[in-house]
Write a protein that binds this ligand. Structure first.
Ligand code: CDP
Length: 212
């Protein structure tokens, strides 16, 4: 079983994907972290984020152990990721690594859950189940503010709302694999759902796909 989970920043897709992986004993890859890792490697090396050759090189040599680096969740890694994610050559290099991850999991008989922006549309168009997880941008900013700063309003919220709006525009507006739902994806709008309700809804979708 291969599950594709896509959606905008802070929609709750990561939490959901991780829980689905645990529920069904599947390998899990947060594809956003592969972009973050490349951005972080470039930032640490002092390379400009517009250097395509350096980005492709970093993607090819990326050690997946780096995906657990605590700095991966930082705002600068996320911003950097969204900036380099517009490069078609980098995307091609990372998609190859992401597909290899899913193929290895399939070979080993476990299956996999991948989450990101283009899992159901580009990386794994033949996925068993495709979920598109979304939520209102203000609700997403509220969740991210709580997660990062422990407060859901005030200047930090305003700043995050602005950052998310900018990121949404960049992710949906880019030419290379823009964020969009696959035609055969199930749309899960979590604006009025907590993590538990979103998980239950996702389980129902997966179970339906398994008996189909
Ligand atoms: O968790 P959050 O949505 O903030 O970020 P993420 O999923 O770690 O992704 C960071 C950035 O990487 C996104 O803004 C996208 O531009 C890019 N990305 C992408 O282009 N394709 C993917 N499959 C995953 C992430």
């Amino acid at each position: 079983m291969i599950i594709a989970v896509d959606g905008p920043a802070a929609s709750g897709k990561g939490t959901l994907a991780r829980r689905l992986a645990a529920q069904y004993g599947l390998a899990y890859l947060d594809t956003g972290r592969t972009y973050r890792a490349v951005a972080l490697a470039m930032q640490r090396a002092g390379t400009g984020l517009d250097d395509v050759a350096a980005a492709v090189e970093a993607a090819g040599t990326l050690d997946f152990a780096m995906l657990d680096d605590p700095e991966m969740t930082s705002t600068h890694a996320g911003e950097g990721a969204s900036r380099i994610a517009v490069m078609p050559a980098l995307r091609a290099a990372l998609v190859e690594r992401q597909r290899a991850f899913a193929q290895r999991a399939a070979r080993e008989g476990t299956g996999a859950v991948l989450d990101g922006r283009d899992v159901g549309t580009v990386i794994l168009p033949d996925a068993t189940v495709k979920l598109f997880v979304t939520a209102d941008v203000a609700e997403r900013a509220r969740r991210r503010a709580l997660e990062l700063h422990g407060v859901a309003e005030g200047p930090l919220f305003d700043e995050l709302l602005e950052t998310l709006r900018r990121r949404d525009a960049r992710d949906t507006g880019r030419a290379a694999s823009p964020l969009k739902q696959a035609d055969d994806a199930y749309v899960l709008d979590t604006t009025r759902m907590d993590a538990e309700a979103a998980f239950s809804a996702a389980i129902r979708v997966v179970e339906r796909a398994l008996v189909a």
